[in-house]
Design a protein around this ligand. Structure first.
Ligand code: NAD
Length: 362
């Protein structure tokens, strides 16, 4: 039976429309192959939305996203909008989208592809085979806890305050996302906290242990964040799924991503309790190469694979897309950002065409 999905496409700015076009072509092909039908609806976000409507996230865009099954976002931002007041900046549109859809879980994979292993700054034997998923809590913790602000003390000194706070419910729901994610991967969750010093982390750890009882087939371990940072660089292969709070996750997901060495290859997913998730590359809108057919579309295409796996439960389609990406890399096809000696240099469109051919053969 044909499965039908409503997908909101948010191409955004810079290289966004170029890489989105490749992703849509790939989705059409995989749809025909696996009897999936797509109902696409395009909407404005970021600088493109500011130019057209004055706001980085028009109400109409959020409404379209809310009633869809998943949202595929490319990238937002650019020099032109860098000096606008904060509420009119492209990034404000992205934050508004996350808040508006209640996206509290951010999933960022760091997978070393054998073909790009030399792009990593670490030794081949350390990174070979690395396949990590960082699950970061996105809407709580120290970035949102109250009180926050800069206050003046009785002695007239300024004092800056932020508060790291998590409720049981906030911890339990991100824990469940991590256990569910691990079930679709290597079956191991490492929870990262600072329970030796922070009370909020002790609660985090206690809740992780409690929720783990519902997932007997997933192995749970714990690391303090300082040790986790060290282990990520020393022996990253020990990790499968890492779950952590907003601040620690912000830092560790960037560190894990850099193990792979190639920003044009990294997808991400942001998920809520129910309703559509947002799937997007980790990189920005690359205004320096926009409109030149130089962008690497693979992170966008791998975001489609994440959408299929984590948003729409279509693992076979996700596998096929990931295999097609490996195949084009195997045959030596590269965009400029991942180019090395002896490989075939392709533009964004040609890389898309190579992917479509590869999809026919996986
Ligand atoms: P960037 O990720 O856009 O670019 C950094 C470097 O990586 C540039 O040299 C760029 O050419 C290159 N690059 C990035 N993606 C690439 C791809 N797919 N293929 C080939 N090369 C690629 O980061 P930046 O330059 O710091 O930011 C540019 C704009 O993007 C800013 O306005 C920033 O606010 C915005 N931004 C948006 C997001 C998002 O949409 N989620 C994330 C980060 C930055």
């Amino acid at each position: 039976m044909t499965q039908s999905y409503r997908i909101t496409l948010l191409p955004g700015d810079g290289i966004g429309p170029e890489i989105m076009a490749v992703a849509v072509d790939v989705m059409k092909v995989i749809g025909r192959q696996l009897d999936i039908s797509w109902e696409f609806s395009e909407a404005l976000i970021g600088g493109a939305a500011i130019d057209a409507t004055g706001a980085p996230l028009p109400d109409e865009t959020l409404e379209k996203c809310r009633v869809s099954d998943a949202v595929l976002l490319a990238a937002i931002g650019g020099y032109k909008w860098d000096n606008l007041p904060r509420h009119q900046r492209p990034e404000t549109g992205l934050l508004g989208l996350r808040a508006g859809l209640g996206l509290f879980a951010n999933l960022r994979p760091a997978t070393i592809l054998p073909q790009l292993i030399d792009a990593s700054s670490l030794k081949r034997e350390v990174v070979e085979g690395v396949d990590i998923m960082v699950v970061r809590e996105l809407t709580g913790g120290i970035y949102f806890g109250q009180p926050k602000g800069v206050f003046t003390t009785e002695t007239g000194q300024k004092r800056g305050v932020n508060t790291m706070a998590y409720t049981e419910a906030e911890i339990d729901r991100i824990a469940r996302v991590a256990f569910e994610t691990a079930r679709k991967r290597g079956g191991k969750v490492c929870s990262v906290d600072k329970a030796n010093v922070l009370e909020v982390s002790q609660l985090w750890r206690d809740r992780l242990i409690e929720v783990a009882a519902d997932y007997p087939n997933v192995e749970l371990s714990h690391l303090y964040v300082d040790n986790a940072a060290m282990q990520l660089l020393r022996a990253p292969k020990q990790f499968d799924t890492i779950v952590t709070g907003n601040l620690f996750g912000d830092i560790l997901s960037d560190a894990a991503a850099m193990l792979t060495g190639s920003i044009g290859m990294l997808p991400s997913a942001s998920l809520g309790d129910s309703g559509p998730g947002v799937f997007e590359p980790v990189h920005g809108s690359a205004p320096d190469i926009a409109g030149q057919d130089k962008a690497n579309p693979l992170a966008q295409v791998l975001s489609v694979a994440m959408m299929l796996r984590y948003g729409l439960n279509q693992a076979t389609a996700a596998d096929r897309i990931e295999q097609a990406v490996l195949r084009v890399l195997d045959q030596g096809d590269r965009t400029g950002d991942i180019m090395s000696e002896g490989m075939n240099l392709l533009g964004c469109q040609a890389m898309g065409e190579a992917l479509i051919k590869a999809l026919a053969n996986v």
